[in-house]
Write a protein that binds this ligand. Structure first.
Ligand SMILES: Cc1ncc(COP(=O)(O)O)c(C=O)c1O
Length: 449
């Protein structure tokens, strides 16, 4: 197979083509039902492009769900992983030691917010990082209840699922989850139960949410002295790429501090430059006690981590552990990912290209009344389709048609929330590739109306 460069969208056969269809048929026969979205069969990836099995080339605005932040096929990453692969690919890092585990842990404590001493626990995925964060908070505080947010997504295992509240079918039929999680409204400036326009009155919106917890929840059915942690996404991921008002996380932290409740921030989707800062918490000026990580941490080699304040570390051996945690290859990929983000200035590129992408999306919104909201930070952006600009009722059908047409036109995107499309390209994207995507998106919207 010739290794020619992928340099632009190129749809040669209507997707899915013959070879792709065969794989999808087999997949439907042998693989479990998950969240299957579009019939694209990945064959290879280069920078921001994905080629399918039939030779179609797509512009990728999904980054494998915010994982391939440094792009596909980064040569430094391949070199580092290959080198580790040949030397040692597994060595129970929880029971024994290896240099690469420590190297990654030291880097993670350097890049995460907070100039205090930290410790790192390695997991294999986002949901496992959340499970670990739950145990860390319980063990540290000696308390056993939590506060979570409506609209949040933290994973699908029974502890994290107890917090997940972005779509009813994620929980449907799986009760009971871990007990002890109370949900409160997230300060969504666009749609919230308080009837406040949070873009016009951000402080009022934050006050309402904080007041809901402090004056209502804490006074009526949840004693703050029982609360082990407040778990929050700095920007809602699966829940619609909702950016809360600037003061929200600081106020939440202040409230937690006043009751000895640690702030547990889920940066699984927002981390590693995605929002135009290394971590989204930095936009809000907070240094959480616990940060949960996964997805882009190792650019697609399965890995998760919890970075916590040193004093929150487990007191005794055996309280928590696992088999694969970290793993030499994942740790090597983590080191290479952080080095690449630094070397290629990808946080800055995410900020700058994010601004450009948002400007282009707002231009689209000006032309199409069906787009009710354009929001996001850095290269974590959403376009929200509505049936009516006044009622803001989500138009899921239109959104799905746009996704389908975009795919056929060579642009890969994913949904988020009830009626939004998320735009999360690799952080190496340039203006030309943004223009290419926006033109394709506009054409796809026109075809879908
Ligand atoms: C914010 C957030 N937390 C946790 C998770 C769960 O991660 P994983 O799918 O790796 O278990 C996700 C996955 O989408 C996420 O977006």
């Amino acid at each position: 197979m010739p290794r020619n460069e992928l340099s632009g969208i190129s749809i040669k056969v209507t997707p899915p083509g013959k070879k792709s269809k065969k794989v999808i048929e087999m997949s439907n026969k042998y693989m479990a039902t998950t969240t299957q979205t579009l019939p694209v069969v990945g064959y290879r990836g280069q920078r921001v492009y994905i080629e399918d099995l039939d030779g179609n080339v797509y512009l990728d605005y999904t980054s494998g769900i915010s994982v391939t932040n440094v792009g596909y096929g980064n040569p430094d990453l391949i070199r580092k992983v290959e080198d580790q692969l040949h030397r040692l690919w597994h060595f129970a890092g929880t029971d024994f030691y290896a240099e690469v585990y420590v190297e990654a842990a030291k880097l993670l404590t350097d890049v995460t917010p907070g100039r205090f001493r930290k410790r790192v626990f390695y997991s294999n995925s986002g949901t496992e990082s959340i499970e670990a964060a739950i145990k860390i908070a319980k063990a540290y505080t000696g308390r056993n209840q939590f506060i979570g947010f409506i609209g949040a997504f933290h994973g699908r295992t029974h502890g994290s699922l107890a917090f997940t509240a972005s779509k009813a079918q994620q929980r449907k039929g799986f009760f009971p989850f871990m007990p002890g999680v109370e949900h409160v409204p997230y300060p969504d400036p666009y749609r919230n139960p308080f009837g406040i326009d949070g873009y016009d009155e951000p402080e009022e919106l934050v006050n309402r949410v904080i007041d809901y917890i402090d004056s209502y929840l804490f006074k009526t059915y949840l004693a703050p002295s029982d609360v082990a942690g407040i778990l929050v996404e700095p920007v809602l991921g699966e829940g619609g790429y909702v950016v809360p008002p600037k003061g929200f996380l600081k106020e939440l932290k202040r409230l937690g501090d006043s009751h000895g409740i640690p702030l547990l921030v889920d940066e699984v989707q927002t981390g590693f430059g995605r929002t135009g800062k290394f971590f989204a918490s930095e936009h809000f000026g907070v240094a959480p006690e616990v940060i949960a990580l996964a997805k882009s941490i190792a650019s697609g080699i399965p890995m998760g981590a919890v970075v916590m304040k040193e004093e929150m570390d487990f007191r005794e051996k055996g309280m928590h552990s696992n088999t694969y945690g970290g793993n030499p290859i994942a740790s090597a990929a983590c080191v290479a990912t952080i080095e690449t983000i630094r070397k290629q200035n990808l946080v800055k590129n995410s900020e700058e290209m994010g601004k450009y992408m948002k400007k282009r999306l707002v231009e689209l919104q000006d032309k199409h009344k069906e787009i009710g909201d354009v929001r996001g930070l850095g290269l974590m952006l959403a376009v929200d389709f509505v049936k009516n600009a006044k009622t803001k009722e989500a138009d899921q059908k239109l959104r799905d048609r746009v996704l389908e047409n975009a795919f056929k036109n060579g642009l890969l995107m994913l949904s988020t929330g009830q009626g939004a499309i998320r735009i999360i390209p690799p952080l190496i994207i340039n203006k030309k590739q943004i223009d290419e995507g926006i033109e394709t998106l506009e054409k796809s919207i026109r075809q879908s109306l």
